[in-house]
Every structure is written in C-alpha cells, then in structure tokens.
Design a protein. Structure first.
Length: 213
C-alpha cells in the first residue's frame, strides 16, 4: 500500500479517536436528534438508492435499513410496493417519531435497537450513511454483522463515501479500503462512483452492491 494511503487511513483512525472521546452511542445520537443537528438528513430518498429501488424486481424481499434516520428510503420502498421492510435505529426520540409516522403501514416494522445486537434474516440490506456514522474501529464488526443478518445470496447495497473527512462522524474511506474490508465475506457485484448523487456529495460517493459469500 502506498505510504500516502496508509497515512490517510491512520489519519482517519486518529480523527475517530479524537471525536470518540465521547462514545458514538445511543445518547450521542439521541442528543443529535434532540438538538436537531442532523446535517446528514437529505429530506428525501437518496437519488442513487431511489434508482436502485426502481430497478429492484422482488417486492417481497425482506429488507433491512439499519441506522435508518428519518427513513425516506423506507417510505419510497412502500410507495413502490415493497411489502417487508424493517427499519432500525438506536435513537429513541427518532424511533418514536417513526413509530407514529408508520403506524398504519403494515409493510414496515420500526425497531429501536443497536444494529450489532439485532437478530433477523434479510434478503437485502440498504446502506445510507450508517457505515460512515460508526467509528472506523467497528468496520470489521459491521461486515461480520451484515454477513450474519443476510440470508443465502443476500445483498448489501447502498452508498459509501469515497473521500476522507477531517473530523468524524462521518468517517470516510476509499474504494481500495472497502474492497479489502468486504472481500472475505462478500463478492462485489458493483462498486463505482455514483453518477446521481446530490450536488454536495457529487463524485464523493460510491454506489455498491455486494452479495454474501
Ligand atoms: C448519519 S445518521 C444517518 C441516518 C439515515 N440513514 C440518513 O441517511 O438520513 C446515522 C444513524 O445511525 C444511527 N445509529 C448509530 N449507531 C447505531 C447503532 N449501533 N445501531 C443502530 N443505529 C445506529 C443513528 O442514530 C443515526 O440515526
């Protein structure tokens, strides 16, 4: 690995250590929602994920969205006729809002909980600014947990930042790093620069689709 790349990864981990002097736990995320400090929130379904959903044929796939936030992706899935959606988040205030919002939607199950403790089996898991919200030290654990939650031939798809940030969250990364991270547990169907990101994220997101090994 090139020295500059190694240096960048070390910087990323250092950023994490700096900002993780407060742990990124339920109270941290809860406080972000309480203070309405939700700069990641697009207010709508992310365009690359919308396009992916538009081309997804099996409406009965069991779908999980971990670290779901305001769950615009889930709303869009319902609109497109998907029948089995689970959204999961660790922040109680947010989850209470979601439970109210989706109370008449039998297609969707809203769960308050920690992704790493969650049990279930899914055919598709959608990633949208959840990976980057976790300390990079949890990345290996994230991969193993995704693998465990997916059924045979299950798919993990969504977006990853293809850039670094000075402070996290969000914590960035690179395509090379992600390929290395996922390669033992997943085969890569696709991992490429998203062509339809929102303007502030243009050319800095990778759309990926991985299949469980
Ligand atoms: C950056 S936000 C992204 C929210 C949403 N995906 C979006 O794009 O708007 C990260 C989300 O992950 C949730 N989160 C963080 N750690 C979590 C964990 N261990 N289990 C479940 N949710 C978690 C936070 O509460 C927050 O809603």
């Amino acid at each position: 690995m090139a020295i500059s790349k190694k240096k960048q990864i070390m910087e990323d981990i250092k950023c994490c250590v700096v900002s993780c002097d407060k742990p990124l736990d339920a109270s941290y995320w809860e406080s972000q929602y309480e203070a309405k400090k939700t700069g990641w929130d697009l207010g709508t379904v992310s365009p690359p994920i919308k396009a992916y959903i538009d081309n997804f044929v099996n409406k009965n796939f069991r779908i999980l969205i971990p670290g779901c936030g305001n769950s615009y992706e889930a709303e869009y899935l319902i609109k497109k006729g998907f029948t089995n959606i689970t959204v999961l988040d660790i922040a109680p205030t947010l989850v209470a809002v979601l439970q109210e919002k989706f109370k008449n939607k039998p297609e969707i199950q809203v769960i308050l909980g920690d992704f790493f403790e969650h049990q279930g089996e899914y055919d598709l898991i959608l990633e949208q600014t959840f990976f980057c919200a976790l300390p990079p030290t949890l990345r290996q654990k994230y991969v193993l947990k995704m693998h465990q939650l997916l059924a045979k031939d299950g798919i993990l798809a969504g977006l990853l930042f293809n850039r670094y940030f000075e402070f996290g969250p969000p914590f960035g990364g690179s395509q090379t790093e992600y390929k290395l991270l996922f390669k033992d547990a997943f085969d890569t169907i696709k991992m490429e620069t998203a062509h339809n990101s929102i303007a502030p994220r243009a050319n800095s997101e990778l759309f990926f689709e991985l299949i469980k090994k």
